[in-house]
Write a protein that binds this ligand. Structure first.
Ligand SMILES: N[C@@H](CCC(=O)N[C@@H](CS)C(=O)NCC(=O)O)C(=O)O
Length: 261
């Protein structure tokens, strides 16, 4: 299949008053999502897109030639979300958390009021940092020090995340959700952090730890059992991303090109 060309989004759209652009971005018609063909930092947005599939069309763009496409993105990195609005505008968003907040808002996954939204964004931020911490401290550290950084992660970062998130989940009644009795961005982000651990070469030892955290396991199950998310995860596209992710994390350095300025 010929990859869809990536439009030049090195600059954010500013050709109309921001009030007009704000109205447009609030009325999305369809999305294109650009990220590597692995889960990693693209998993939560793709899950949100899969969740909203009945309302919006979406297409996943894998960069065929990242080196050439890179300067066409706002910060020369992915993920990037291309939005076609109902009034015909083409807008772009970047930065994983911004994209996730935006998609969650349009899929009613930010709670019922501002306080719920703030808590959901706090849980989301913490789980994003948790996954990002694993990536920067374990995945991308030199192989010769990885045993030590993994040991530190298992002894410090991981138990702290489990302990604090369990406390907040218990405060909500230990029902598989962070807020009330309904799915939110926080549930999806945390579930994706757990799925991220499950595709690592050291998945067995990491999953042995998380399996002893029943409140977090309940979030994982609740998200996995959501019918729309289950349908996305059953898709060939999702399963290919899972096998690509497992292959990638076996030796991430192998996929790095020479440094580019
Ligand atoms: N601050 C960005 C970081 C994104 C980022 O680091 N993306 C990496 C992949 S996870 C990337 O595009 N790497 C390719 C490159 O830098 O050439 C965000 O949160 O979205």
């Amino acid at each position: 299949m010929t990859p869809t060309p990536i439009v030049d989004a090195s600059h954010y759209v500013r050709d109309a008053p921001t009030a007009e652009l704000s109205k447009s971005v609030g009325q999305p018609y369809s999305f294109k999502f650009l990220y590597f063909p692995i889960h990693a930092a693209g998993s939560c947005s793709r899950e949100l897109l899969g969740y909203g599939k009945d309302k919006f069309a979406f297409e996943i763009l894998s960069p065929a030639n990242w080196g050439e496409e890179k300067p066409k993105t706002p910060f020369h990195c992915m993920p990037v979300l291309y939005i076609k609005t109902k009034d015909g505008k083409d807008l772009v968003l970047s930065e994983a958390s911004v994209i996730e907040h935006y998609l969650a808002k349009h899929m009613n996954l930010l709670g019922d009021n501002e306080y719920e939204e703030l808590l959901i964004k706090s849980f989301h931020s913490s789980s994003t940092m948790f996954q990002g911490g694993f990536a920067s401290n374990v995945t991308w550290c030199p192989p010769e020090v990885q045993p030590q950084t993994l040991a530190y992660f298992k002894a410090n970062t991981f138990p702290t995340w489990i302990k604090t998130h369990t406390k907040h989940l218990l405060d909500n009644g230990d029902n598989g959700h962070y807020i009330g009795n309904k799915l939110s961005l926080a549930d999806i982000r945390t579930a994706n952090a757990i799925e991220h651990l499950s595709v690592q070469p050291c998945a067995d030892e990491l999953m042995d730890i998380i399996k002893k955290a029943p409140s977090l396991m309940k979030v994982r199950e609740t998200v996995a059992n959501d019918p729309k998310i289950a349908a996305w995860r059953a898709s060939k596209e999702y399963q290919t991303l899972t096998s690509n992710s497992k292959a990638f994390f076996l030796n991430p350095m192998k996929f790095m090109g020479p440094p580019k300025i």
